[in-house]
Design a protein around this ligand. Structure first.
Ligand code: 6LW
Length: 509
């Protein structure tokens, strides 16, 4: 039996991994998070202590499950729920503007089933398996309904909605009641939700009933978690899921942000991350997350570097590591690990980083404020519109890149270009001899400093860009910064491939 003994620091899963949902199977825990326009979709993690998590795969890995073609940034797959019942894992989720569905698997690492699409409006669907065999689906209001949490019984074999959809709780009065989860504790049904919106007003609230159908009585001491109107280092705490360990202790996994403070302002660019806090139950039978609804600062070291996340990828295998994602549904011909064994080959297409499409892009989340990122690129363009390089990517309107391209007068050149909304500029360019070059950046809390290393080993500082301009407060949306390898022909296919020999992601203490 494993209980929480490791000294742990938060976030337990750093980087853009929001809306966590988890379940326990014996002494194993499995957790999923939202993935939006990225694929494969819905990363799934494993832990035995709720502190140390290892990604074991994704729930959505094929085009039958991933309806992402043309989906806008921060749309796509929102807020999964993961549950286990009778030997099967179920993951239920919404692909925004397309619908809600669940997939199931007997193994958490998959393969997962084809989607079972549901006649169920709204977002944030959740499943609850009651002891009498009934299964309930809950979720937010649909477009024509008044705000609140809705519930029906569901046939978990077919996905058929069995009972009339009913409003079971409007929440405690906060904006946007969402993220519902039902639990049964000592015979009492609890309905826990998020309210206040997934920004600085976020909170977790709870209600209970003696019947699964309600009426639900709100906790008189709601919220049970919120950092709203505090100067806590962590903000936007909310969208939680509860789990009971084998030692009967209760814990909450929830999302939060780590804003960087600047004079009279703050911004967050790593996205909404997954945090852990203990839960205690009051004499009156209500759960409380953290210290009276606040994450204890002792459990929090925003500079905590998860050393296990050091990543040096030699692209040696036939499969990309789980940390790597594509934008939307990639063209399989755009990338290869076999064309040049030991290298990642990207074939730039007409699609660019500025498009709502699937450029030749392979990216991984930025998970630390301070980190070093570098890659060795072999690329020999012959046309001015061909480019390949390393991008710091929030979305199609907010990204910085250091890249190799071609210039009719300079020949091969390295450029630093930044796009901040409608501001879009090549800030630096320099002729480049040889075909192999190391492109890199060093990140701290406020800026990305770029460099390249010439074939003679000389390292050349090559400009910088503020993190703030790639933050959610500036760019909007629900995602976080990615470091991506990319190639594009800027409107037509590249004539030559881009070869990436290795990629290094080194958190800095
Ligand atoms: C998700 C909603 C939310 O569906 O933001 O954190 C949406 N809260 O519950 C996307 O993450």
């Amino acid at each position: 039996m494993t209980s929480i003994i490791a000294p742990y620091k938060n976030p337990v899963i750093p980087g853009f991994y929001p809306d966590p949902s988890l379940c326990r199977v014996g002494s194993d825990y499995y957790l999923v998070t939202s993935s939006f326009q990225y694929s494969p979709g819905v990363p799934i993690f494993h832990s035995q202590d709720l502190v140390n998590w290892t990604q074991i795969g994704h729930c959505l890995t094929n085009k039958r499950q991933l309806k992402l073609d043309g989906c806008g940034s921060s749309l796509g797959n929102w807020a999964p729920t993961l549950r286990y019942h009778n030997g099967r894992f179920y993951m239920i989720i919404t692909t925004v503007y397309i619908g809600s569905f669940f997939v199931w698997s007997e193994k958490p690492e998959g393969p997962w089933s084809d989607p079972v699409w549901l006649d169920w409006p709204g977002i944030d669907p959740s499943l609850f398996f009651d002891e009498d065999g009934r299964v309930y689906i809950t979720g937010t209001s649909g477009p024509e309904e008044s705000e609140g949490i809705y519930q029906s019984e569901i046939d978990i074999e077919t996905g058929e909605i069995l009972t009339k959809r009913q409003l079971i709780w409007r929440g405690s009065g906060g904006y946007a009641p969402e993220g519902p989860h039902m639990y049964r504790v000592q015979g009492v049904y609890y309905l826990m939700i998020a309210e206040g919106g997934t920004e600085y007003g976020h909170m977790v609230t709870i209600a209970r009933s003696n019947s699964p159908y309600g009426p639900y009585e709100g906790n008189p001491n709601n919220p049970i978690l919120s950092h709203r109107s505090t100067n806590h280092r962590i903000q936007a705490a909310g969208h939680a899921d509860l789990v009971q360990m084998e030692d009967n202790s209760w814990w909450a996994l929830f999302l939060g942000i780590r804003p960087v403070s600047i004079p009279f302002g703050r911004y967050h660019h790593l996205g909404r991350e997954t945090f852990l806090a203990p839960v205690h139950w009051t004499q009156e039978g209500w759960p409380v997350i953290g210290d009276e609804g606040i994450l204890n600062e002792k459990l929090l070291d925003p500079t905590f570097q998860h050393e296990e996340l050091i990543d040096v990828d030699e692209f040696a295998g036939n499969e990309l590591k789980f940390c790597w994602n594509f934008l939307r549904n990639p063209q399989r011909s755009d990338w290869s690990l076999n064309e040049k064994p030991g290298w990642l080959t990207l074939h730039g297409s007409a699609v660019t980083l500025n498009d709502i499409g699937s450029p030749a892009f392979v990216g991984r989340r930025q998970q630390h404020f301070k980190c070093q990122v570098s890659t060795l690129l072999s690329f020999d363009p012959t046309r001015e519109d061909e480019e390949a390089g390393l991008t710091v990517y929030m979305d199609e309107k907010f990204h910085y890149e250091i890249a190799i391209t071609y210039d009719s007068s300079l020949g091969r050149k390295v450029i630093l270009r930044r796009r901040i909304g409608s501001l879009w500029k090549i800030e630096l360019e320099s002729a480049l001899e040889g075909s192999d070059v190391v492109l890199g950046l060093e990140a701290d809390e406020t800026k990305y400093s770029f460099y390249y290393v010439k074939s003679n080993g000389e390292r050349v500082a090559f400009g910088s860009g503020e993190c703030a301009f790639l933050s959610t407060e500036v760019a909007g949306g629900f995602t976080g910064v990615y470091f991506g390898l990319y190639a594009t022909g800027n409107g037509k296919p590249c004539t030559v491939p881009a070869y990436f020999d290795w990629f290094k992601y080194i958190p800095q203490g």
